[in-house]
Design a protein around this ligand. Structure first.
Ligand code: FAD
Length: 442
């Protein structure tokens, strides 16, 4: 039986290696640290948490909480280590980062089918492979991937705009229209002069996230952060992304003073991103700036804008929902490189990539979790989102198919989504025999 190569011993790589090994396959896990470090990692440990020590909210009505339960049920090594190293953190699952990485390392070294190599991979190996090298993929490998997959399929830093749910947009204010009579594919939020000046003041005064010292960014004109544009002058955003030309408000018949456009992000039409609003503002300030826009006063922000160095593939073009490259190469991609955001999402996609790589080695068909589960909705999003301007995504309720008869109230709706997700994932995992390999961490 062929062995599986896993490149990268971060959050997604360790989970992929663990899942493949637990299915009975030999695994070669390649991690370049400590021989070669990244600009953010500080240790040579596997699964190092580079920044915060939180895996997100644990509550059942939180999509991250639901995803934690899904992967814990199928024996996630990351979740087992997180539970064994947890710290008090209110509603979130936070961990002692050193103990967490130590426990993951112990689990990996105690698994006889996993062979750990400390080396940088500068190219794809020829066999069955899981690529899990994360946002700080080494330069040599990134250059090789750009060559093999096409330069334009690889983004080198992340300039994401906030994403909001459609159900939280006030449609008595926002209107559908395309510029100059183009198809009405955009939602448009009109600002009169007073609203624009209020918004401008907020964005000018908002606090920006101070980037890590290695993240010296030179912005391309095409993805300039909105706060940077605002710094250039009061009218700059109004002649840029907030341009109202060709967008008459159907209620007045006139073009507003400024307009914020939102573009659909997912096939179901529940997620909408603010066009041209890439930002590195601190999250509370970012929320204030978004909610100052007429029509978005109650916006539910499911992903905040971020600006940092990142390496990720254009997943909708390149990846199938099983996370395998569509090109037919026996290569699966997981974690941030696959277009996810966050420790938890990285571990979850790592698990699926590891299972599917092992299944190929075992001569079995790939698996995709049901669309109603959080993991299933995330991998479907990765493979079906708009490829143009694709930006990484985290787990959130907006990715799931809507409920046929949703209860009233956001909390109640989220609970119902969570209940459906939990049930569908458990049934699927049981039917596929995946519940059998429970965690066995010391
Ligand atoms: C500065 C920064 C701060 C972040 N803060 C947070 C946060 O607070 N919360 C959060 O949820 N997410 C955060 N993220 C995103 C975070 O990186 C991911 O959530 C998570 O670590 C991604 O998992 P991964 O497996 O994709 O990548 P990683 O965990 O980074 O793992 C990739 C591994 O591959 C190795 N590697 C790279 N290239 C090679 C190669 N050629 N050969 C062999 N090994 C290689 C690296 O050394 C690394 O160990 C942050 C990212 C950055 C860059």
């Amino acid at each position: 039986m062929e062995a599986v190569h896993v490149i990268g011993g971060g959050l997604s790589g360790v989970e992929a290696a663990w899942a493949a090994a637990r299915l009975g396959v030999q695994v070669h896990l390649w991690e370049m640290r400590p021989a070669r470090m990244t600009p953010a990692h500080r240790t040579g440990q596997l699964a190092e948490l580079v920044c915060s020590n939180s895996f997100g909210g644990e509550a059942e009505d939180n999509a991250k909480g639901c995803l934690q339960r899904e992967i814990a049920a199928v024996g996630s090594a990351v979740m087992a280590a997180a539970q064994a190293s947890r710290l008090p953190a209110g509603a979130a699952l936070a961990v002692d980062r050193e103990r967490f990485s130590y426990l993951v390392g112990q689990a990996i070294s105690a698994e006889p089918r996993i062979h750990l190599h400390t080396a940088e991979c500068r190219d794809l190996p020829s066999g069955v492979t899981v690529l899990a090298t994360g946002p700080l993929t080494s330069d040599a490998l990134a250059a090789r991937l750009a060559e093999r997959l096409g330069e334009s399929q690889l983004a080198f830093y992340d300039a994401a705009a906030p994403v909001v749910t459609k159900s939280s947009i006030d449609l008595s204010v926002a209107y559908f229209a395309g510029r100059y009579g183009q198809p009405a594919d955009y939602l448009n939020c009109p600002l009169d002069r007073a609203a624009y000046l209020h918004w401008y003041r907020l964005v000018s005064e908002a606090r920006s996230h101070v980037p890590h010292d290695f993240e010296h960014l030179e912005f391309f004109e095409g993805c300039m952060p909105i706060e940077e544009l605002a710094r250039r002058g009061v009218d700059t955003p109004r002649f840029g992304p907030l341009k109202p030309r060709g967008l008459p408000d159907p209620r007045t018949g006139r073009e507003p003073y400024a307009a914020v456009q939102l573009r659909q992000e997912d096939a179901a039409g529940e997620l909408w991103s603010l066009v041209g609003f890439q930002t590195g503002l601190k999250w509370p300030d970012q929320q204030g700036v978004v909610r100052a826009i007429p029509g978005l006063e109650r916006a539910e922000i499911v992903r905040y804008g971020v600006m940092h160095r990142n390496t990720y593939l254009n997943a909708p073009r390149l990846l199938a929902p099983s996370l395998r490259l569509r090109s037919g190469l026996p290569v699966w991609v997981a974690g941030v490189l696959a277009g996810t955001e966050g420790y938890l999402e990285s571990a979850a996609t790592g698990w699926l990539a590891g299972v599917n790589a092992a299944r190929l080695a075992l001569g079995q068909e790939p698996l995709v979790p049901p669309a109603e589960s959080v993991l299933g909705s995330l991998v479907r999003y990765l493979s079906s989102a708009k490829s143009e301007g694709f930006q990484p995504m985290n787990a959130n309720w907006g990715l799931l198919p809507p409920l046929p008869a949703p209860p009233r109230g956001r909390r109640e709706r989220n609970r119902a989504l969570s209940e459906r997700a939990r049930r569908s994932f458990a049934l699927w995992a049981e039917a596929e025999g995946l519940l059998a390999f429970r965690p066995s961490l010391a």
